[in-house]
Design a protein around this ligand. Structure first.
Ligand code: GLU
Length: 287
């Protein structure tokens, strides 16, 4: 890992931050401080239907209350669709994308017809319906303005650059296995990018050297490494931390108001109390 550590916390403003977010944010913050580096806050708001400005404000307030400070200006993904478009074009110029006109229902029906599909990290693997549409029909659909996503031809992509590796903090090199995703959506029908594309572009543009995030995103890292290689971007080091669970063993949810940082603060808890709750659950000491 480079000596100048740059970490980030990248929440989506679709609800108030909860204990799990506080742990993720503190984890990124502490690593940057231990190594004398930088801590970046990024607002991942490409899904403008689900994201709200009031939650962006609440993120600033809650993190500030927890005692965190971050680099300015804050990057909001919704201001950078042009940059994701450039990356999308690059993938397209490599011949790795194809338009997909399928609705969820089309995909369900096709999987049923085929008698099932292997399961990937984001659900059943796409059965490839639109991959084999004759060019003429594809072009007709495109000129008719039929809504479409863009999918990555994972087989072609792997043929081009092969399986990548990343450095997992304290664990050594891991081999990426992006094929488990199948032909993943890289630009959505409703949004001209995807989580995977924008996070990969942003981590590179912002010079992130250590991505800390929950272990539920460890499989996504396989895909991000592939995209980095295709786009000619550096691969940062990664640290996937265990998820912090509620006492009942469930994941914290933005929908459960009682565990939001905001609710805990209003009930009289201090930032120290929040850290104690996290330390008790994770057995990790937070300075
Ligand atoms: N925006 C994602 C979330 O709120 C986190 C993405 C990441 O850390 O890579 O779950």
């Amino acid at each position: 890992m480079k000596s100048h550590v740059v970490t980030r916390f990248a929440p989506s403003p679709t609800g108030f931050l909860h204990i799990g977010h506080a742990y993720a944010a503190l984890c990124a913050y502490n690593y940057s401080k231990i190594h004398g580096g930088k801590f970046i806050l990024r607002i991942e708001d490409i899904d403008e239907d689900r994201c709200r400005e009031k939650y962006v404000k609440a993120i600033y307030e809650d993190l500030d209350w927890l005692g965190l400070s971050w680099e300015q200006p804050v990057r909001k993904q919704s201001n950078h669709f042009d940059e994701y478009k450039v990356a999308l074009k690059k993938l397209d110029s490599l011949g790795l994308l194809y338009p997909c006109f399928c609705t969820r229902r089309d995909i369900r029906d096709e999987i049923k017809r085929a008698g099932g599909a292997p399961h990937g990290p984001e659900g059943p693997i796409y059965p490839g319906t639109c991959k084999s549409i004759p060019i003429k029909r594809r072009d007709l659909k495109l000129t008719a303005g039929q809504p479409h996503a863009f999918r990555l031809d994972i087989e072609k992509a792997l043929k081009l650059v092969g399986n990548q590796k990343w450095l997992e903090f304290n664990k050594g090199h891991q081999t990426a296995k992006p094929e488990v995703f199948g032909d993943i959506v890289i630009a959505r029908k409703d949004i001209p990018t995807s989580y995977h594309l924008s996070v990969t572009v942003d981590d590179a543009i912002q010079g992130i050297t250590l991505v800390t995030r929950g272990e539920d995103l460890a499989t996504a890292t396989s895909l991000h490494c592939l995209l980095q290689s295709l786009l000619g971007l550096d691969t940062p080091a990664y640290l996937h931390h265990p998820l912090i669970m509620e006492d009942n063993g469930k994941k914290f949810s933005k929908r459960d108001n009682s565990t939001t940082i905001r609710a805990l603060r209003l009930s009289g808890k201090s930032p120290k109390d929040i850290k104690k709750i996290i330390e008790k659950k994770t057995k990790v000491h937070l300075s």
